[in-house]
Ligand binder design. Structure first.
Ligand code: SAT
Ligand code: MN
Length: 744
């Protein structure tokens, strides 16, 4: 039987026909989970505040000092539940479909897939992975009675503004009020969504439980979850539930974790995994990508007014840049980029989104992006007024939930990098009071080490803030209108301390797709149990989020490129902000200096729009840095694509400021690249590491077997040829013959 209706939130009754199919899902979920009561979250701000205050009362939230942090809360997770559990993430595809041809346990370990998502749980008795329907039964078994003694919250939500053509609806049921509070900020919630569903709009049923039912009289814990990682499941289904076929093809069932992308199901589960599957299945093809969206306005200075002696500006031009980077690689910082002073006269940027882009064609054949989310779920450590003032201002706007950061006895928050020295009276993310000045030492060297340790233990490295996009001081005025932003430039980047150059522009779409498909990155704390620093493939920064066969996903990219109009097809760049020297120091200043790459890319997009060809190695005048138009020096051609010359980035290698930004110009290219007589000249191949890199990329592409399309095979072989022409030693050892698959 359906329990009594919610106390405060739902103005509907269970018999109301206006619930449409929502009713079928809620009744189904109630019958399985057996909650004591059901509440519907109506998406009002008052209900959010009420939820947070209830969490304070139950001891799960700590209210921060309202004079510093109005309407802000601190939450501490169980230390075993601190990041996405990728190795417990399952894409349960339609019968007969697979993510990879090989089962998960046969994928070569050097590709770094230990952490990737898999199709089904491995059953040692059956000696195979469970099928989709077996997985559903396994999940239903877990959900059976999982909310006994608890409240089930029902959250109707939309990814994308409800009125936009991009919008996709969902209903999440959860037993975590923390998740309710986060979903309010991260998605568009509200009763209007129930009305749309009642009118017949499809929605995705999203099941979430922390897996911690309460027996009569049992005291709750602050952060319920399953303690054993193997007891967690983040499962995605792309075929109808045979027991409830009317609920549609898609559903999500997440059990056992309350953290981030494991539990806030609108985000990675829906807006990436499920949405990417929808995107290639829908009649009108589209894409769901792990990308930030940055809007750029360029108002070129065209001279000085004779009379007023003031600068005159030409008409404004607009660009949209997207950036795909793995989790915790600086997407939020780039999305809220601060333009360096020397360019801020002519250039402005605004933020559209920091994590996910949904991309559709407009009538002109342009790829247009929206941000389907409405909040930022950002990594706290490293965020400061120096590295990202816009993010700090967003947080200072209030209405923010911090998870697993440090807190002071005054109710202020703290994390690694926020200020130079840790404050006094600090309590770490587990709730332990830290001893003031415990890091001080007479021996300065010792003090440095101790301070580092101390600082790192205040907040968890994957501690997060959940904060509304609308509070970002540089949020684009149209970010939430549902209007798509036509993309000019797509950046792809990983965290690579070695080898990968700072930036290259690939020559065309297919070459760019290959480069993005073979992206590799060093692990970060965003993934549970992941060894930080180890290299793994992360195609399009989507490896944990691709919602169908990976070869088909690459082919979808190739097809989307064909559908774009020639004039507007975005340029694809590969970037790497993370090169280090032998001592582990970064060779590129990063943060706002990344704007130099954005500017270089926008100026090249401008030339393309104007129908001008960009010469492969054109004149370069190192003497004048900022007056040197990037368009005049789009850089040297390397096997990977065009690399920028220093002057294209507004850098003059003789100046001290430039040396601060770019500590070693060799990171600009895979080849030695010199300026001679005002020309960029490509010298010899710099690093034998490229030989191994290509070998690894080959192994990754071969993993896809027959699913790898002919375009990417061709692109890979051409890449090998270009490296060979650039002087790579022993190209025969690449077994390139094997790779020249039978091309028709
Ligand atoms: O936990 S989330 O997946 O939402 C954040 C991230 O890893 O990008
Ligand atoms: Mn992300």
């Amino acid at each position: 039987m359906i329990p009594a209706l919610p106390k405060c939130m739902l103005p509907l009754t269970w018999d109301s026909p206006s619930l449409g199919l929502a009713k079928e899902f809620i009744e189904y979920a109630v019958s399985v989970c057996k909650p004591d009561e059901v509440m519907v979250f109506d998406g009002r701000r008052e209900s959010w505040i009420q939820s947070c205050e209830d969490l304070v009362k139950s001891g799960s939230f700590l209210k921060l000092n309202p004079y510093i942090w109005p309407n802000c809360y601190l939450s501490r997770s169980n230390p075993v539940d601190v990041a996405r559990s990728e190795d417990r993430t399952f894409m349960c595809l339609k019968d007969g479909e697979t993510l990879y041809r090989k089962p998960h346990n046969q994928i070569p370990p050097q590709l770094g897939f230990k952490w990737g998502c898999r199709a089904g749980e491995y059953d040692p008795e059956k000696k195979r992975e469970l099928s989709t329907e077996e997985m559903r039964q396994c999940l239903l078994k877990r959900f059976e009675g999982c909310m006994v003694g608890r409240t089930m919250y029902v959250i109707p939500f939309s990814m994308g503004p409800v009125s936009s053509e991009f919008a996709k609806l969902g209903i999440q049921i959860t037993d975590s009020l923390y998740v309710v509070a986060n979903m309010y900020t991260m998605t568009h919630t509200g009763m209007g969504i129930i009305s749309k569903i009642a009118e017949g709009s499809p929605f995705v049923p999203c099941w979430h439980s922390t897996g911690f039912p309460l027996e009569a009289g049992e005291k709750d814990v602050c952060w319920p979850c399953r303690l054993l990682p193997s007891d967690r499941y983040i499962a995605h289904f792309t075929q109808p539930d045979p027991a409830h076929p009317r609920l549609g093809e898609y559903s999500i069932m997440s059990y056992g974790s309350g953290y981030g992308g494991n539990a806030i199901l609108g985000k990675k589960c829906y807006a990436l995994r499920i949405a990417s599957n929808m995107a290639r299945r829908d009649k009108v093809k589209w894409m769901a990508e792990h990308m930030l969206i940055l809007h750029v306005t360029y108002t070129p200075c065209i001279g000085i007014d004779e009379v007023t002696k003031k600068k005159k500006y030409g008409p404004a031009e607009y660009f949209t840049v997207t950036g795909a980077f793995p989790s915790a690689c600086g997407k939020t910082n780039l999305a809220m980029l601060q333009v360096p002073k020397e360019f801020s006269d002519e250039w402005k940027v605004s933020c559209v989104g920091d994590d996910i882009a949904w991309i559709r064609f407009d009538s002109k054949g342009r790829m247009c992006a929206i941000n389907p989310e409405s909040g930022f779920f950002g990594v706290a450590p490293g965020t400061s007024d120096y590295t990202n003032r816009n993010a700090m201002e967003t947080l200072r706007g209030g209405n923010t939930i911090f998870t697993n950061v440090g807190v002071t006895v005054e109710g202020d928050v703290w994390w690694d990098g926020l200020t130079e020295d840790p404050p006094k009276g600090l309590v770490d993310w587990r709730g332990h009071r830290m001893q003031d000045d415990a890091w001080r030492d007479e021996d300065k060297e010792k003090e440095k080490m101790k301070k580092k340790q101390f600082i790192k233990s205040a907040a968890h490295p994957n501690s997060r803030y959940t904060t509304p996009c609308a509070q970002c001081p540089i949020i684009d005025p149209e970010w939430n209108t549902g209007k798509g932003f036509p993309i000019d430039v797509m950046l792809f980047g990983g965290r690579r301390s070695q080898l990968m150059p700072l930036a290259v522009r690939t020559r065309d779409w297919n070459q760019g797709v290959l480069a993005a498909a073979t992206l590799r990155s060093e692990g970060t704390a965003a993934v549970q149990d992941r060894v930080v620093g180890t290299l793994s493939f992360d195609p399009m920064a989507m490896r944990p989020f691709i919602g169908y066969n990976v070869g088909d996903y690459f082919n979808h990219w190739i097809e989307m490129g064909k559908m774009a109009s020639d004039q507007y097809r975005p340029d694809i760049y590969v970037v790497n902000w993370f090169r280090k020297d032998a001592e582990g120091r970064f060779l590129w200043e990063g943060f706002s200096e990344n704007f130099r790459i954005v500017r270089w890319a926008c100026l090249q997009a401008k030339e393309r729009r104007e129908g001008k060809e960009c010469a492969s190695s054109s004149s370069c005048t190192p003497s004048s840095s900022s007056s040197c138009a990037a368009s005049k020096c789009c850089g040297a051609e390397t096997p990977l694509g065009y690399a920028p010359s220093p002057c294209a980035l507004g850098l003059d290698l003789k100046s001290e400021e430039s040396k601060h930004v770019l500590k070693d110009p060799s990171i600009l290219s895979v080849c030695e690249c010199k300026c001679e007589d005002g020309k960029c000249v490509v010298g010899k191949l710099l690093d034998d590491g490229w030989f191994n890199e290509l070998k690894e990329r080959k192994a990754f592409l071969e993993l896809l077997e027959e699913d790898l399309g002919k375009e990417l095979k061709k692109e890979f072989n051409e890449l090998v040829d270009r490296f060979a022409s650039a002087g790579m030693k022993a190209p025969a050892e690449m077994k390139i013959e094997d790779l020249h698959f039978q091309l028709e």
